[in-house]
Design a protein around this ligand. Structure first.
Ligand code: ADP
Length: 408
């Protein structure tokens, strides 16, 4: 909008138009003159004005009719109209003027200062309205561009997510196939070593026999590692529905499996009341088993004391496995969850370095978190959470949905 603004002066008396022009001249606004209502409408067709000063009494089309038509057009709906009227007109007439959209009245003969003052106020108001409108439009445009950027970024993330899911799937399929394929030659190797020892062992010297024993031991360990890798890669290929799983029951089963070690190490294992969660029973069994197994294993030779506990907290199951064993240094907290990472030699403690990586994956697959608190020499507590109910957004449910619809 023109910062100076334009004024439309409407009067059928040329003398009145000249008088108006003379009063407003030094304000610096461009003025357009119209000598009838129709003439005014014609100007309004092609031009925008900041203020319209209009005589009420005009032949053919009076000020009120003209104002009604001006207001009916979108372009001039909000242009302020000041009526100029002769002295002694009734209040009724003024009321009608306001009804058709006048913002003010000036009674003729008007006082020049007042006319100038009113025009200045209206011009200022129009300029401010224009600025506000422009700011609003700018804001709207900004909003649209922001929405557009959010939409584009979301789309980008979705594509990346699908890409990641696909490459994860490919990787786990590769690990699955590779571990399967590796098992076969390994089995033959073990068999031939076994046959060699059985059929020709007696004729070999003690050194050669010890080499065969070491090779058999290494093959056994490799079988365990491949088995672990296979279990890990299978976690990437679920296809099972979440079931209602009683963690208490799962822990009882795990303790039965580990009974031999418990008796052998004279361990004390206690398990409190544990929550029921939606999940995969086989995976959760594996999770508890790995954690309790570690708690029994890393005990520094004294009879291990292990506690398994859990409760519902803020709508999720909060569970833990605590031991009073050798503990872990804080700097190793992240490391121990990585595939094949161990902090000890096989001679110190047996193991494959797969257990905690599996645990982490199982918990995350269920939509939970796994972490630990530990101090060397004092023991460790492994904590994990699991969503307690079936609800939209649960990791497990989402994973299963994703699998059904072709995702990872
Ligand atoms: P593994 O037990 O087969 O070695 P894990 O992945 O289960 O493999 O554990 C990785 C490493 O984390 C272990 O080798 C051990 O050093 C450490 N660790 C795990 N659990 C405990 C525990 N309860 N106490 C002390 N160290 C532990």
């Amino acid at each position: 909008m023109d910062p100076k603004g334009k004024i439309l002066l409407v009067d059928n008396e040329p003398a009145n138009l000249v008088a108006l022009q003379a009063v407003l001249e030094d304000m610096g606004h461009e003025m357009v003159l119209a000598n009838s209502g129709r003439d005014a409408l014609r100007h309004l067709m092609s031009d925008d004005f900041s203020v319209i000063l209009m005589d009420v009494q005009m032949p053919t089309m009076d000020g009120f009719e003209t104002a009604t038509l001006i207001r009916s057009r979108e372009r001039s709906r909000r242009t302020p109209i000041v009526f100029l009227t002769a002295v002694g007109r009734s209040e009724n007439e003024m009321f009608r003027g306001y009804q058709v959209g006048a913002v003010d009245y000036l009674v003729k003969p008007f006082i020049p200062e007042i006319l100038r003052y009113k025009v200045a106020v209206l011009m200022d108001l129009q300029a401010k309205t224009g600025e506000l409108k422009a700011a609003n439009e700018e804001l709207l445009a900004l909003n649209v561009s922001l929405e557009e950027r959010v939409r584009a970024r979301t789309e980008e993330l979705e594509v990346q997510g699908r890409e990641l899911a696909r490459s994860n799937e490919e990787l786990s399929q590769f690990a699955n196939v590779a571990s399967h394929d590796l098992q076969e030659p390994l089995r033959s190797m073990s068999t031939y070593l076994y046959l060699l020892e059985r059929d020709s062992g007696a004729g070999l010297g003690p050194e050669a026999r010890s080499h065969i024993a070491s090779a058999l031991e290494a093959a056994k360990r490799m079988r365990q590692l491949i088995g672990g890798l296979l279990a890990f890669s299978r976690l990437e290929i679920p296809g099972r529905q979440a079931q209602t799983v009683d963690c208490g029951q799962i822990v009882r089963e795990v303790l039965q499996v580990l009974d031999g070690v418990i008796v052998e190490t004279e361990a004390q294992v206690t398990a409190g009341d544990l929550p029921t969660v939606p999940g995969d029973p086989a995976m959760l069994r594996q999770l508890f088993q790995n954690l309790v197994d570690n708690a029994l294993k890393f005990s520094n030779g004294v009879p291990p004391r292990v506690e398994v506990g859990g409760e519902l907290r803020h709508g999720e199951a909060f569970l833990w496995v605590r031991d009073h064993g050798i503990g872990i240094e804080r700097k190793d907290f992240d490391k121990i969850f990585k595939l094949f990472k161990r902090l000890h030699t096989l001679e110190e403690y047996p193991g494959s370095g797969l257990g905690l990586a599996l645990c982490k994956k199982i918990v995350e697959r269920h939509g939970g978190r796994l972490w630990l608190e530990s101090e060397p020499g004092k023991g460790s507590t492994f904590y994990f959470t699991l969503p307690a109910e079936h609800r939209d957004g649960d990791g497990m449910q989402n994973e299963l949905e994703a699998v059904r619809s072709g995702g990872s």
